[in-house]
Design a protein around this ligand. Structure first.
Ligand code: ATP
Length: 233
């Protein structure tokens, strides 16, 4: 198993944002994590990336306990994040933002030409600065930057947030080519249909707990609505 969480809890001071979360992602598999505002999705991403330590439970990467590793070592071990809000270096060019992703020096299939092949829209923008890009272009750079580290696990936080549907389609069209390289993908989405459309399995969070999980295909919509909102629709 590439990523395995067992009984994970996380806190912000007194506030418990995650409790008893167990999930796993295999190589070559896409897991969608869905849930409403404040359900704990970003907190889960922060725990997986090493930015926030779990207060209970275990996070294993490739079978090894990651406790105490922190974000920098998790990245070197092959966990790459596409953070909510994209967080590009605004004064650096597209190409420099992409190159930064490769600083850990991990070997693999992803390099600048492959990123430009994946997102041809970026070719003509390669010398533009982060601040001059549209939201969709920024999101492509953020995904490209994460891929440049040649991760084993790519974790993406709400990549459709704030983007026009046509741009979201453009970005989602690139996901199968990424998955085809065999890494594990964890995709956080508020938009359940988007998430389920690219994932083999899903995990729904509500108030910091896993309220429902299972195969994405043929999911019981009523059960998922209940697990998402916590009430019968
Ligand atoms: P969103 O879709 O709004 O990003 P989310 O599912 O990602 O929501 P989180 O951001 O993980 O949810 O937040 C989970 C809970 O933790 C929320 O109640 C939130 O208010 C709280 N929370 C998040 N960050 C902090 C923080 N730094 N300090 C205190 N509480 C926090």
């Amino acid at each position: 198993m590439l990523l395995h969480l067992e009984g994970v809890a996380a806190r912000y001071g007194q506030f418990q944002a995650l409790r008893d979360v167990s999930l796993s992602v295999e190589r070559g598999e896409t897991l969608a994590v869905v849930g409403s505002n404040g359900a704990g999705k970003t907190t889960l991403m922060r725990v997986i990336s090493g930015a926030l330590a779990a207060s209970e439970g275990m996070v294993r990467l490739d079978g090894a306990d990651t406790a105490g590793m922190g974000a920098h070592r998790m990245n070197a071990a092959g966990v790459a994040m596409v953070p909510e809000g994209r967080r590009l270096f605004r004064s650096l060019t597209v190409e420099d933002n992409l190159r930064i992703g490769a600083y850990a020096g991990r070997k693999g299939p992803w390099n600048l030409p492959r990123i430009y092949q994946l997102f041809p829209e970026l070719v003509k923008r390669r010398h533009n600065r982060g601040m001059d890009l549209s939201g969709g272009e920024q999101q492509m750079v953020a995904i490209g930057r994460a891929l440049m580290s040649n991760p084993q696990l790519l974790a993406m936080d709400e990549i459709s947030l704030g983007l026009a549907p046509i741009v979201v389609n453009q970005i989602y069209r690139a996901l199968p080519a990424i998955a085809a390289e065999g890494m594990g993908i964890l995709i956080v989405e508020q938009d359940v249909n988007r998430g389920l459309s690219v994932a083999a399995r899903f995990c729904c969070l509500m108030e910091g707990r896993v309220s429902l999980s299972g195969p994405a295909a043929g999911v019981d919509r009523k059960a998922l609505t209940d697990a998402y909102f916590g009430v019968s629709a």
